[in-house]
Ligand binder design. Structure first.
Ligand code: F58
Length: 834
């Protein structure tokens, strides 16, 4: 018992002075004013909203950290298995609002801030988003942390503390411009742990030597050392004391490395240069989504983070003094995509080179520890690292990878004798020029479970990328965990009035921790009074978004119009081009109508948002086309309110919290078989919007849950994609749908400005094989949009559909995902605070 090792008087003194954290309005004001006056050295006379935010955040941080400390102690003493979620991205967004709601003190803070002269919304909106992620993968990791803490699982997240998160997007003259996102100026949510450091080695060579009992051993020597410093951020669960940890590693020159000799000799620049080179590792988040570029610095980031995290995990395990064979009983490590795959190799290296275990014993421990989640089937996104690059940077790891591969191929050979083709297909090493390490294969071989993120996606990986591995390992190793979202942020926080309305009918907020309780709402789908309140809330949310659009773009949109929203990363496979081509079609159609006909139309606002990877030229062209169309349509007197086209700049988590609750219809229209799951589809439906979508990713399961009559599905199916592509490439020249043809004619005649700027975009569809099948799905898309128009006219029916859909969304809580991971993959139990 650790407690009894401390003398009683000390313990008593300590206990007496341990702060419990504020609970009343008075105590909150006390703490906030104290922080503003002393921590920030401000006063009543120069406290602006930013200072009020800072003071409030510090007050809440103090509260969280008390619980954080207790949680860590509890988890240490409990001596049970922990989950470690390794993700290069955590797209957390803002923390203050979430902290207030999760500890249940938002009303207290609201009243307190009012006393002090501030509106809580203004204070909350001062916070800079923590934008350490690109898109869905990073946001999923953030939702998982919320669920893990809420469900009391002992869990840590590990990532990098990027100095620059995802860039800020500005739209200048209709083009995307990237601005660095320096987010660390003032970040009250992180705790630097200057005492928690790990030395990380790169480059160097491998020395072989004779170990005890004559065995050849290997040791990685030389090279350079960079230091990893831990920064911790508390992750509060909702209505529970459990406060987990997100540990972010920051790189700096190892203390011995700053070359004072050089410095003394006046070589300031090169001595500082080493310092900067070390710090570069955690400097910036790579801004590509669904593309692998194979840059050395990216591999350095991956190893730096994996090695630091594993050192930490192993250090924690070793304190327990258990046998190594117990490691997988105490540790579950989940790999969020292949980015942390080197952790598999690193653990094997630690066990055989440093802890002197036998290869097989070590490998059993490793494979029982890891699980791997795949997020894509698209070949250009599957990670591969060049063998020469890895040889140079991580020479010992490359050897271990070769050994893993050799053992694996021997096993395959025993199972499938004489199938040489199979061996070359499944080898971790691709025999190309240069040779490449296939990370998805390494991750699969080194894990005990591999999962996809929606049913269709999991089926696809079983039959495509991992087909051979299914016959090698059997089907049980491959499973599905359909993604989910946290209802705390994506309903309660983003849409407080809807949450409140639901709670009033369900008799409380239990649905926020058991989302299946929403099914009790179904009985109100025909309740007149309830529907009216529901509509009022939707309208208010649309007014809020219209205000944001007005303030940021100067364009006024009518909140009574149908809001049609597509916000996500810009990518050809997500098909924002299909959407904008449809908008142009609508515009041309309206232009050709008589004033009488126009009167019958339902006005629409087409809203786009999302970032394009800086090097992704086609995606940037799509943004430019949307903006150019907006420029014409929004100023066309014939059109008025009938159609507006808006580009919302710098889409991020905090903007999503304003946008999502304001949608009538949202678009999830990827080429079938390309979007692994999608998660914004879930957010929009949960917020009482309907969706138009393809039979792709989680759309399919959403349809199964909410019913076919509540979703607008269109387009070709995944099973037909291959044939259609083949027909584009090898078939006879195809005739374009006349409506689509008219759209291209308008673009090419300069209706939306200099046509040359859109040539490549048009050609990719018309002449270059139309890989994403825009032309194949266009007419079905347009027809389905007409059905949307029709359906929207019957508001009674529309609202009933929305209510029914929300009531059936219980399945898509990230709590359900975490439960499935915990039961099927991690085998961990919650630790409920007493
Ligand atoms: C996304 N992947 C999938 N990757 O595209 C989406 O369908 C899914 O819902 C989501 O994961 C969660 O499972 C994704 O966001 C990335 O952004 C990677 C960033 C790092 C480079 C490779 C792509």
């Amino acid at each position: 018992n650790v407690e009894s090792s401390i003398p009683e008087p000390q313990r008593d003194a300590w206990k007496k002075h341990t702060k419990k954290g504020f609970t009343t309005k008075d105590e909150f004001e006390d703490e906030t004013v104290r922080h503003i006056e002393t921590t920030l050295a401000r006063s009543l006379f120069n406290c602006d909203e930013l200072a009020a935010y800072s003071g409030t955040a510090l007050a809440f941080r103090d509260r969280l950290i008390v619980e954080w400390n207790k949680t860590q102690q509890r988890q240490t003493f409990a001596d049970q298995k922990r989950v470690y979620y390794l993700s290069l991205e955590f797209l957390m967004g803002r923390a203050l609002d979430n902290a207030m709601l999760n500890v249940g003190l938002k009303d207290v803070a609201k009243d307190g801030l009012k006393d002090l002269g501030f509106r809580i919304e203004d204070v909350i909106s001062q916070e800079h988003d923590a934008a350490l992620g690109n898109g869905g993968l990073g946001r999923l990791a953030a939702c998982f942390l919320d669920s893990l803490a809420t469900m009391n699982y002992p869990a840590w997240g590990y990532a990098l503390r990027y100095r620059y998160g995802i860039f800020k997007q500005q739209i200048i003259d209709g083009y995307q411009v990237e601005i660095p996102d320096y987010w660390l100026d003032f970040n009250p949510w992180e705790f630097p742990r200057h005492d928690v450091t790990v030395e990380i080695q790169f480059y160097g060579w491998v020395r072989k030597y004779q170990g005890e009992n004559g065995k050849t051993k290997a040791s990685w020597e030389g090279g350079e050392i960079v230091e990893a410093v831990a920064y911790d951020a508390p992750i509060p669960g909702y209505k529970t004391a459990t406060t987990n940890n997100l540990r972010l590693w920051s790189s700096k020159a190892a203390s011995g490395e700053f070359d004072f000799q050089k410095f003394n000799n006046g070589e300031y620049e090169s001595s500082v240069g080493d310092q900067q080179r070390a710090e570069t590792i955690s400097a910036v988040l790579y801004p590509n989504d669904n593309l692998d570029r194979g840059k050395e610095l990216r591999l350095k980031q991956q190893y730096f983070w994996c090695a630091a995290s594993l050192y930490d995990i192993v250090r924690r395990f070793k304190k327990s003094e258990k046998a190594w064979s117990a490691f997988p009983d105490m540790v579950a490590i989940q790999l969020n995509d292949t980015h942390p795959t080197l952790a598999i190799v690193e653990l094997q290296r630690i066990l055989i080179d440093i802890e002197a275990l036998e290869w097989d014993e070590a490998w059993t421990i490793v494979t029982n520890t890891f699980g791997y989640t795949n997020h894509t089937v698209m070949p250009e996104a599957l990670e591969k690292w060049s063998v020469p690059l890895m040889q140079n940077l991580l020479p010992r790891h490359l050897q271990i990878i070769y050994d893993i591969n050799m053992n694996f191929l021997q096993m395959v050979e025993r199972k499938f004798p004489k199938d040489r083709e199979m061996l070359s297909r499944v080898s971790i090493i691709e025999e190309s020029q240069p040779k490449m390490v296939r990370m998805a294969y390494l991750a699969t071989i080194g894990s005990h479970k591999v999962n996809g993120v929606a049913e269709l996606h999991s089926d696809l990986i079983r039959t495509t990328v991992f087909r051979d591995f299914v016959s090698i390992y059997g089907p049980d190793k491959f499973t599905n965990v359909t993604n989910g979202i946290t209802p705390r942020r994506w309903l309660h926080q983003a849409n407080p009035r809807l949450s409140e309305l639901i709670a009033s009918k369900l008799g409380g907020y239990e649905f926020l921790t058991d989302l299946t309780l929403l099914n009790k709402l179904e009985q109100f789908a025909d309740d007149k009074e309830f529907k009216k309140e529901w509509q009022e809330i939707k309208y208010a949310n649309k007014v809020r978004l219209a205000q944001h659009i007005g303030n940021t773009t100067g364009i006024s949109v009518n909140p009574k119009a149908l809001f049609d929203i597509q916000v996500k990363r810009i990518h050809e496979y997500k098909r924002q081009q299909l959407n904008i081509l449809g908008v142009i079609h609508r515009y041309l159609t309206i232009k050709a109508m008589s004033p009488e006909e126009r009167k019958k139309l339902a006005p629409r606002v087409s809203i786009f948002g999302g970032k394009a990877a800086p090097g992704y030229w086609m995606a940037k062209t799509v943004i430019h086309l949307v903006c150019s169309v907006g420029e014409v349509v929004n100023h066309d007197k014939d059109i008025g309110d009938l159609l507006k086209v808006i580009y919302i700049e710098d889409y991020n988590v905090s903007k999503a919290e304003i946008i999502t609750p304001a949608s009538d219809i949202s678009e999830h229209i990827s080429t079938a078989g390309t979007e692994a799951s999608g998660t914004s589809n879930m957010k929009f439906v949960l917020n009482g919007g309907l969706i138009i979508g393809t039979c792709d990713g989680a759309n399919i399961e959403i349809t199964r849950e909410i019913g076919e009559s509540n979703i607008f599905l269109f387009g070709n199916l995944a099973e037909d994609v291959e044939d259609l592509r083949h027909a584009h490439t090898y078939g006879n020249s195809f005739t374009l749908d006349p409506d689509l043809s008219r759209v291209f004619t308008a673009i090419r005649s300069g209706t939306f400005g200099d046509a040359a700027r859109f040539n490549a975009l048009c050609n990719s569809i018309v002449d270059h094989g139309d890989y994403y099948l825009v032309s194949d799905d266009f007419s079905s898309y347009v027809k389905t949009q007409e059905l949307v128009d029709e359906a929207y006219k019957d508001q009674e029916e529309w609202v009933a559909k929305c209510i029914q859909s929300v009531s059936r969304m219980g399945f898509f809580s990230s709590d359900r995902c975490i439960q499935e991971y915990a039961d099927m993959i991690w085998n961990v139990e919650p630790l409920v605070p007493q």
